[in-house]
Ligand binder design. Structure first.
Ligand SMILES: Cc1ncc(COP(=O)(O)O)c(C=O)c1O
Length: 350
């Protein structure tokens, strides 16, 4: 995001700078970080997080990888909804687990989950469902009913749901985002992974949290060697606490601006790239653009070469992403307009 960091985070980091306090993070910061997350989760989603059920680690992907290696065996099937944030695909492969795709479907132009396909993949032997909620890159936010069905299916087929909710604070106000662990019965079948890193734009500071309400699962994560599971930085711990406890006003402002950006992107595309497909996302600052009508094998490469705009290549998000690109619109209106203009020129000269 191209916006100045939230004032409470800046102030806290300045204090660390003035005190030259750059040592290791506290040996086990889960109570402080867990309490801060719990306060935010209660106020924002009515979700009661027990700080004692948390595990603090370096980042969300580390949390996901540790869940895959701790709760699944080599070769076990892990389901994801493609197109999907590419490190999910890499993590599953690198951990030696088996990737199973349950692609999103586009109904009435918008993305949705295919619950029948998901049930079939669970029935066929899945061990873990790596849910991205809200979904990167599509911005899809599931309904409470869909989440309840996921819990039901997970219980029926003995699947663990690992729910990456790092984009949840970036859900636009017209949509209700329900944390999975708030759904009845989810404590038995799910763990959540989150961080203030995306919403407050501090991923380089390195701190994330796993919430595991099931005592055996929580203990299994705590029992991992500290060198493997920790890795949070002291600045990340302080910044996450500041974000969760004092960052709501900044985030509301930023979301208001991003709300304008997601709609402005629709206007710009209609004017300059009328054959592009785009659904205004319910969450996040990512535009997931269907450029297949422009007939290029790799539209992202053409946009970079000819337009000097770096968008993510949809093919990296799995096969359903071929011909699509992901555009980050968390910038100024002027830059967004320039980006789309350059993209249009690049695609037209094809
Ligand atoms: C869905 C999702 N999960 C995880 C991450 C990465 O988080 P971290 O840097 O904490 O591993 C991102 C980053 O964009 C993301 O979009």
């Amino acid at each position: 995001m191209d916006y100045p960091v939230a004032e409470p985070i800046r102030t806290r980091l300045q204090r660390s700078l003035e005190m030259s306090d750059f040592g290791y993070a506290p040996y086990d910061p889960r109570v402080q970080v867990g309490e801060a997350l719990a306060a935010y989760a209660q106020a924002t989603w009515g979700w009661s997080v027990d700080p004692e059920h948390t595990v603090v680690l370096a980042d969300v992907m580390r949390g996901i990888e540790l869940c895959l290696t701790t709760f699944a065996e080599p070769g076990d099937q892990v389901v994801v909804n493609t197109p999907i944030y590419p490190p999910f695909l890499g993590a599953i492969r690198d951990c030696g687990r088996t990737l199973v795709e349950s692609p999103l479907v586009w109904r009435d132009g918008g993305p949705s989950l295919d619950l029948d396909d998901l049930a079939a993949k669970f029935a066929a032997g899945a061990r873990v469902y790596l849910l991205c909620h809200p979904h990167n890159p599509s911005g899809l936010v599931l309904t409470a009913a869909e989440l309840a069905r996921i819990v039901e299916l997970a219980e029926q087929y003995g699947v663990l749901v690992v729910s990456d909710e790092v984009h949840a604070p970036l859900t636009y106000p017209e949509t209700a985002c329900t944390p999975l662990l708030k759904v009845a019965g989810a404590d038995r079948v799910a763990v959540a992974v989150t961080s203030a890193s995306k919403a407050w734009n501090i991923p380089g500071l390195k701190t994330a949290v796993v919430v595991a309400d099931d005592p055996a699962r929580h203990q299994a994560l705590l029992d991992l060697p500290v060198r493997t599971r920790m890795g949070a930085s002291i600045l990340g711990v302080h910044a996450n606490i500041a974000a969760w406890t004092q960052g709501a006003a900044w985030l509301a402002d930023v979301l208001g601006y991003l709300d304008g950006q997601r709609r402005y992107l629709a206007e710009l595309l209609a004017a300059e790239l009328p054959d592009a497909g785009y659904t205004v996302p319910a969450a996040t600052y990512l535009g997931w653009l269907d450029l297949r009508a422009y007939g290029l094998d790799d539209p992202a490469a053409a946009i970079l070469e000819r337009g000097r705009v770096a968008v993510s290549n949809g093919a990296e998000f799995g096969e359903p992403g071929i011909g699509w690109v992901r555009l980050n619109f968390a910038t100024s209106r002027a830059l967004l307009a320039d980006q789309v203009h350059r993209m249009a020129k690049a695609l037209r000269t094809g």
